[in-house]
Design a protein around this ligand. Sequence first.
Ligand code: HPA
Length: 272
Amino acid sequence: MTQYQKAGEAAAALQERLGMQPEIGIILGSGLGGIAGQIAERREIPYGELPHFACSTAPGHKGQFVAGEWSGKRVICMQGRLHFYEGHPLTDVVFPVRVMRRLGVGTLIVTNAAGGVNLEYAAGDLMLISDHINLMGKNPLAGPNEPEFGPRFCDMSYTYTPALRELAKSVADELGIPLREGVYLGCSGPSYETPAEIRAFRMLGADAVGMSTVPEAIAASHCGMRLLAFSLITNMAAGVLDQPLTEEEVLETGERRGKDLERLLAQVVERL
Ligand code: HPA
């Protein structure tokens, strides 16, 4: 069975449970799950209850779809995502994105926790992703192409939809929320990067580094979704400060600064 067929079956099962058709998909990163609690007429569907899904295991990640109404729109959130470092093939990592697409979702908003590579950044900053660098060593589109999703050679020139980025910047301005804009570099993890890697990434043009988002962005681009993505800089990347990186810091900053990102997303979604 092709990924297109599997995603179709999962979307049909999801559709039956939802009783509505969401228009916007949101992937909630580490510590950013708060939005899920604000959704009205909420339906929660654990990934494990849908056909063809691998389950999520990362700390701070639940592993379910939460759908309903938020900011005047019909949304479906992924509370918890699959990561490459958990050992999942990238086709599994991007499967929920493809399911959302088959459900009729045309706009995807992705959030993540990331390390600050740009020396002007500080922990707690929010960054709009303008582009990415894929250093995961893998691509979710490798293997036979499924033309029902998109072309063999997928254009990545406008992956992070320019019009949506403009909208996000003007909303951030109006709300008085400082918003950086920069390049996200995706690594496989699960070890954090070394200081030497971070110095190299800075020379390559990266502003932030993390272990997600890149596969999802590629799959979203491939199947023709509009995409908007944000990094919450939870820590400065390895070697920037004279201190080790800890998962506690990442989760703590996520909780402390997640509220501003939620306010920003609420207004952006309202105006989509
Ligand atoms: N590196 C990679 N992934 C991350 C980081 C980091 O410093 N912080 C949060 N996710």
